[in-house]
Structures are given as structure tokens and as C-alpha cells.
Ligand binder design. Structure first.
Ligand SMILES: [Zn+2]
Length: 316
């Protein structure tokens, strides 16, 4: 059943409506477990749109296997999605920095409070993000170490390639996930792909993981896949590789590749003079889990992130 979580007139003359699709098991007693799947908090991150679609499609296909409640909130920032804008348009506000919000506060704080209020009481929440338009990410779960012990067992069920603890801003205090964790709802941030794009392979991988998680939580009795074992960031060290020159970045490896120490990742070239300005090599062996997609770079731009000291010879 589709219902409105909130409907508010914005001072900028826009009307903001947030929808939820609730899918309930057959013969519900009202005491079933509940999973909340949230996306579109950043309007330029669309990977979660496919995840929401595919979740609902599969649930409709086999309603007999559902043993709980699935709440899907595809677009928490619908105005941002309309304009392919990360922030809330005109207000230029990052919606994921105003949680838990306040029912007495300014407009967006009231919106945030309505969302938190609606999700509160769920047994688990997944907040699906994508990367920005510059770098591509392999499917990963991001959690803060504060809730690491509680969240790690859930994160491992989700069929992602990696779990990154303490990935800075994504698990910041004023995020939706942090607010829900403070309320006792285990909330995990899933991040994958690229901004303004949908990677169906990644989406299917995560949807398979969500059904596996639901199965382990007793919410789904249908068939599930054997999930991948993710690399966990605390087992190794995350190396950030940045540009030292402006120019055009030309990668020489594929994404999600296990590089050896000293292996060439790519180079930065200069179009005007036809010269190589920087050759980029891995300092340590590891998995390239972030790789730059947008070729133009300036000094300091992120080119790649490598998780080192993961299981030797690990294959993806
Ligand atoms: Zn995001």
C-alpha cells in the first residue's frame, strides 16, 4: 500500500511529498518483523531506485514467501532527484545532515522528523546510496565503529564485496542511519556504483543480499543465494590515491581488481602538450574498491582507494 509519510509546502514554492510503499505478508497478525529500505536521500544517487523497483517486483512475484513487513521509501529527496541534484534544490541543504530533525523545527527538520518517526520501530533499516559522479564504488556497507559490533553481523549477510567501518561522512552523526541507530533501529548504509547511473549487476547483487538478510531474520522463506564473504576494512588499511597534477586520468586496470605492490593503476596525461604528467602505482597490494570514472582531474582529486592486507590472492 502506498501512503504519504509527509506532505509539506516549501517556502520556495515547491510541494514536497515523501511516499512509502508498505508490503505486508499474507494473513498478517500485526506482530511481524519489519524491514525499511530507504533511498534517494541524495538526489544524484540513483542506484537505489533500481534496488527499490527490483525488491517490489520480486516481492509481488512471490508474496507467499513473505513473512513480515517491507517498507520501501525510494525517494527521500524527490525534488533533488527531479533535478539530478545531490542537495534539496533551492534550499541547498544536504538532507543527510539534518537528522533526526524536529517536529517543531524548520521545514526540512520537520520532514526529517516525520521520516525517522515512520521508520522507528523497524527491526532493521538499509539506506541505499551511490557514489558521486566522479568515482565508482564496488558494493559495500558502511558502518560507524560506534555501532560496529551490533551492525557487523547484519552487514555480512548483505552480499556486498566490502564492509567499511568509519567511512567518515557517510556515517556522520546527523545522518539518518546514525539517528536510527541511536533509537535502537540497526541501520546500515549501502553504497555502490556511480552517481547519476544505475548499474543493474550491482543492484541485483544487493537485492540478492537483502533477501538473504530477510531470510536470516525470518522475514522471507523463499530461496536465497549463498552470499559473498566481504572484505572488512579493519582487516587491512585503506590507501587513498590522489592526483598530483591536473590533467586527464587514464586508468590501466579494471575496477574491483586486486593489484600487486608497485602495479601501475594508470597515468595522468596532458592533452595540450601530449605528455605524461604522473604515473600512478599501488604502494601496497590490495583491492581497488574505488576507481575514478570522470577523467578530468585537478591536483588532490581522488583517483582510487585500495584496501590493503586483505586475504592474499582474494578473487572477486
Ligand atoms: Zn549519498
Amino acid at each position: 500500500m502506498i501512503s504519504k509519510v509527509c506532505s509539506i509546502e516549501l517556502p520556495v514554492g515547491e510541494h514536497l511529498v515523501i511516499y512509502r510503499n508498505r508490503i505486508v505478508c499474507e494473513n498478517s497478525t500485526g506482530r511481524e518483523g519489519r524491514i525499511a529500505i530507504v533511498s534517494g536521500i541524495h538526489g544524484d544517487e540513483l542506484e537505489g531506485q533500481y534496488v527499490c523497483y527490483e525488491m517490489i517486483r520480486r516481492l509481488k512475484e512471490h508474496p507467499e514467501h513473505l513473512k513480515g513487513i517491507v517498507d520501501i521509501y525510494p525517494q527521500l529527496n524527490p525534488l533533488g532527484i527531479d533535478m539530478a541534484n545531490r542537495n534539496v534544490p533551492k534550499l541547498e541543504m544536504d538532507m543527510n545532515r539534518i537528522f533526526p530533525g524536529s517536529s517543531q523545527g524548520a521545514v526540512m527538520e520537520r520532514v526529517a522528523a516525520a521520516v525517522v518517526n515512520d521508520i522507528a520501530g523497524a527491526d532493521i533499516c538499509l539506506d541505499i546510496h551511490a557514489s558521486d559522479t566522479y568515482v565508482r564504488e564496488i558494493p559495500q556497507v558502511r558502518i560507524s565503529s560506534e555501532f560496529g559490533q551490533k551492525l557487523l553481523p547484519f552487514a555480512k549477510l548483505l552480499n556486498t564485496d566490502m564492509i567499511w567501518l568509519n567511512a567518515s561522512a557517510t556515517v556522520h552523526e546527523s545522518t539518518l542511519a546514525h539517528s536510527l541507530n541511536m533509537l535502537g533501529v540497526p541501520a546500515l548504509v549501502v553504497e555502490m556504483g556511480l552517481g547519476m547511473r544505475v548499474n543493474r549487476v550491482y543492484g541485483d547483487q544487493v537485492v540478492d543480499g537483502i533477501f538473504h538478510l530477510m531470510h536470516e531474520m525470518g522475514l522471507w522463506t523463499g530461496p536465497v543465494i549463498a552470499v559473498r564473504e566481504p572484505a572488512v576494512s579493519t582487516d587491512g588499511e585503506v590507501e587513498f590515491i590522489r592526483a598530483q597534477h591536473a590533467g586527464i586520468f587514464l586508468p590501466e586496470i579494471s575496477h574491483q581488481h586486486f593489484v600487486q605492490q608497485g602495479e601501475k593503476i594508470g597515468e595522468i596525461v596532458e592533452a595540450l602538450t601530449g605528455t605524461v604528467k604522473q604515473e600512478i602505482r599501488a604502494k601496497k597490494a590490495g583491492i581497488v574498491f574505488t576507481l575514478r570514472e570522470y577523467p578530468f582531474v585537478y591536483e588532490g582529486a581522488l583517483l582510487a582507494r585500495i584496501l590493503s592486507n586483505t586475504v592474499e590472492g582474494r578473487k572477486f
